[in-house]
Write a protein that binds this ligand. Structure first.
Ligand code: FIX
Ligand code: ZN
Length: 449
């Protein structure tokens, strides 16, 4: 809908709308963000080969630089659609070096076709933000520039360009690479720019496998979940929440996840009700559920092989209802679940909806979902997180999202103006501060009765 049509529809005068537009866009552009879910790490976690001035540790967890940007798993999925496995078998791609993979993606998705997808455009937004010229199409030159960036200062620069003042990690305790680093150096996460989050999917998704690991790690637990297993799992969670200094606990759950009561016969439901939620409530920490990822539907694609599936909002409703002493952060992966999830949040103040996750982080869907959430939830939700896996993605993910969130807010404040209500600049900045930072930080510090 054009601006003139919007003005005509909302009956607000054009100059008034323009004033609202300037005010709102400035407020969104100026507002710092606490990014509540990323897969980023401080330099102490090492960086795989391919960046510059970093440890030569091939297991490094901090991904950064142009080759990592180009080989983001979103782009791996997209390149196999055009350079199909019959032309380039998966195994041959995975045998390539990171730079060879990046060259392959650059050629097929940027040079031989216009880089019009959201993930391709993101790489170019990022290059442009650093003052590099995408029109040069000079991948060698970009590589040279990134290789000259001292990593620590580069992190500061990225956060400044993205307007992000705190980066929340995903510390997956069942991942050996991650766990070993904490056991070797309890201070590995001590970088004030980053905050820890304990991620423990297997505990809820696959108790028998998790129990075997717990036993290996000194927390004896049997395949059949019994009281001693519950006690071990609670001790394990407590130890690691403290070690990571976790802001919240988190799991990603499949579309088939169901919670129909602590005694619904599912291991996952007992682990949630007897282990996870009591431990988090005791510590006053929220529990984040990211629901709807069907893992490795195409295992050949590795991280790029996951799929979306419609999930069960009623299970989220039951958890929010049955555990009033817990706080739940929740995002769902299917577009079809978004409306019901927003309605569920209207029913429970201990349920905070957040982000346009993964396959939803595209302009058409961020606009649709954010508009719907403002209309249903006002200012009481967290519109976005980046899910960045490569450091510099913070720049494009937040630039793109800010623009979209501002688009929605301009319309909403113009609609407000059309009623005769007057919103001051201070009030708009207060509201935007809630959406991009304070709703999350307030939710962290709130203790439920
Ligand atoms: O479970 C998750 O944290 C997902 O966000 C990731 O597994 C996924 O690969 C991703 O990075 C999506 O943006
Ligand atoms: Zn993620």
């Amino acid at each position: 809908m054009s601006t003139v049509q919007k003005v005509r529809r909302s009956k607000v005068r054009l100059e008034e709308r323009e004033a609202v537009e300037t005010l709102v866009r400035d407020a969104v552009a100026d507002q710092s963000v606490w990014d509540l879910h990323t897969h980023l790490y401080p330099p102490a976690f090492g960086s795989p080969l391919g960046g510059a001035k970093h440890s030569a540790d091939p297991r490094g967890l901090l991904l950064w630089g142009i080759d990592e940007l180009l080989t983001y798993h979103y782009l791996v999925a997209e390149v196999f659609r055009v350079a199909t496995p019959s032309e380039l078998p998966y195994a041959d791609f995975w045998r390539m070096t990171k730079s060879e993979q990046a060259d392959h993606i650059w050629r097929h998705l940027f040079l031989e076709r216009s880089p019009i997808s959201e993930s391709c455009r993101g790489v170019l937004t990022t290059l442009q933000a650093f003052g590099l010229d995408p029109a040069d199409r000079d991948l060698k030159g970009y590589r040279k520039w990134f290789a000259q960036q001292p990593l620590d200062e580069h992190i500061d620069r990225v956060m400044e360009l993205a307007g992000v003042n705190r980066i929340t990690m995903t510390n997956a305790v069942f991942d050996d690479n991650e766990r070993q680093r904490w056991l070797e150096d309890e201070k590995v996460g001590a970088d004030p720019r980053f905050a820890g989050v304990l991620r423990f999917d297997p505990l809820v998704r696959d108790w028998p496998a998790a129990a075997a690991k717990l036993s290996e790690w000194g927390y004896p637990a049997g395949e059949r979940l019994d009281q001693s297993g519950v006690d071990s799992a609670k001790r394990f969670l407590g130890d690691w929440i403290d070690r990571v200094d976790a802001l919240y606990g988190a799991v990603s759950l499949p579309p088939g996840f169901r919670y129909e009561g602590a005694d619904d016969g599912r291991d996952g439901s007992r682990v949630l009700s007897e282990v996870v939620l009591p431990v988090l409530a005791e510590r006053g920490l929220p529990f984040a559920m990211m629901i709807g990822s069907e893992l490795r539907v195409n295992p050949e694609l590795r991280d790029a092989g996951d799929m979306v599936g419609q999930s069960d909002v009623s299970s989220v409703v039951r958890l929010a209802r049955d555990f009033p002493g817990n706080r739940f952060l929740c995002t769902m992966l299917a577009r079809e679940n978004q409306h019901a999830l927003a309605v569920a949040a209207r029913k429970f103040g201990n349920l905070m909806v957040f982000g346009c996750w993964w396959f939803l982080n595209n302009p058409s869907l961020v606009d649709e979902i954010t508009r719907m959430r403002v209309e249903l939830l006002g200012l009481s939700f967290v519109p976005q997180h980046s899910d960045a896996r490569v450091l510099e993605q913070l720049v494009y993910k937040w630039r793109h999202s800010r623009e979209l969130i501002a688009d929605v807010l301009v319309d909403k404040y113009a609609d407000l103006a059309a009623t005769g209500w007057r919103t001051t600049e201070g009030e708009v900045r207060r509201d935007v501060g809630l959406l991009l930072e304070k709703n999350f930080t307030n939710f962290l510090s709130r203790r439920e009765s």
